[in-house]
Design a protein around this ligand. Structure first.
Ligand SMILES: NC(=O)c1ccc[n+]([C@@H]2O[C@H](COP(=O)([O-])OP(=O)(O)OC[C@H]3O[C@@H](n4cnc5c(N)ncnc54)[C@H](O)[C@@H]3O)[C@@H](O)[C@H]2O)c1
Length: 334
């Protein structure tokens, strides 16, 4: 049993991580400032079911200016997931939010952690640091060539973690998540948008020709790898966490049509600047050192996400369409 800090605890992955830590009997302090990047009420609902659980404590605080010494008091493991996500939104005037949350907040947390004697500081990085990678599957020592401002802030975050490890012996471990999906997925992410549109019989917009591929990672697998990194991750090391299969967006569309039993109304528009054409993780290092082993096929993981959407989407489509009660309400978290 350990005292763990989960930053970004009300977010998509952070809320699953906090829940998994509680299930393993750790004491969890969750921190989040409910940024308005997407509906804060969705984030509040992500953690509502944990509020009475023994071992759970939550503070609303912005890590870019909060009193971090107080938050870190007694903490043994930091899982730093708080960030401003989103590749496309990172261009233009909104970049300041990326610097505040992905660079300044991280640097403050690393600096404050020096005084604490942590067992591990686990940092959520991203496959976006690779940009259009030179090789697939991509190993961790591939040169970092981000093609979006978001990816650049994550690459800088990794450099900061490495610096604090080398210069101050902080036991930082970096994880490169590859497109995570599953229940509670962020509403700006592709699967959430596609499934929602399918169930509501709305138009689905696809960027590019649909031939772009991703290594999709089920959220509970990402969480399992994250917890393992806090125990077995080598300080100073970086690990890819990917689902293990490369799938095109067109194949995903077929799966979603099958699982939702809906005919998709697709409109194709030009690919967006900052989107990598393909991603594929070489997870050999995580498999060897973290016993990382993805538990689901993409189809089975998508089935869980579709079921979650059905529970929360007011209009459910399909041959036996059912009109659900509670249209517009924010649903319960799973
Ligand atoms: N979802 C993915 O596919 C994916 C892929 C690669 C990397 N990541 C990384 O994983 C982490 C979690 O991503 P997610 O998809 O769950 O995103 P999310 O937006 O759902 O969660 C991030 C949370 O951090 C909080 N936050 C942001 N800035 C903060 C600050 N300054 N102080 C306190 N809280 C703050 C937000 O309110 C949000 O609840 C992020 O670091 C993200 O960059 C995610």
């Amino acid at each position: 049993m350990a005292n763990v800090l989960v930053t970004g605890a009300a977010g998509f992955i952070g809320s699953h991580l906090a829940q998994a830590c509680l299930e393993q009997d750790h004491r969890v302090l969750g921190v989040d400032c409910f940024t308005s990047y997407y509906e804060p009420e969705i984030k509040r609902s992500n953690i509502r079911h944990m509020q009475d659980r023994p071992g759970w404590e939550f503070r609303e605080a912005d890590l870019a200016n909060a009193d971090l010494a107080e938050l870190l008091d007694g903490i043994e493991i930091v899982f730093h997931l708080a960030a401003q996500p989103g590749v496309r939104a990172s261009w233009g005037q909104t970049f300041g939010a990326y610097v505040d949350s992905n660079v300044t907040a991280l640097q403050r947390l690393l600096e404050a952690s020096r005084a604490v004697g942590l067992e591990r500081f686990v940092f959520a990085s991203s496959s976006s640091v690779y940009g259009d990678a030179e090789r697939f599957p991509t190993t961790e020592d591939t040169p970092l060539q981000p093609i979006s401002p978001y990816g650049a802030t994550k690459a800088l975050g990794e450099h900061l973690c490495r610096l604090y490890h080398r210069s101050h012996a902080l036991p930082t471990v970096m994880l490169r998540y590859f497109t995570v999906y599953g229940p509670r997925q962020r509403p700006d992410m592709a699967f959430n948008k596609l499934i929602t549109a399918a169930l509501r019989h709305e138009e689905i917009v696809i960027y590019g020709d649909g031939g772009q591929t991703r290594d999709f990672t089920f959220v509970r697998d990402a969480v399992q790898g994250t917890i393992a990194a806090a125990v077995d991750g080598h300080p100073g090391a970086v690990y890819n966490l990917g689902g293990g299969a490369r799938t095109s967006m067109n194949e995903v569309l077929e799966m979603i049509a099958d699982l939702t039993e809906c005919k998709l109304n697709i409109r194709r528009v030009a690919a967006q600047a900052g989107d990598a054409r393909d991603t594929a993780a070489d997870t050999s290092r995580a498999r060897t050192q973290l016993s990382f082993s993805p538990s689901r096929t993409l189809y089975d993981g998508l089935r869980e996400q579709v079921e979650w959407h059905r529970r929360r989407t007011p209009l459910v489509a399909g041959p036996s369409a059912v009109r659900r009660l509670g249209a517009g309400r924010i649903p319960e978290a799973v």
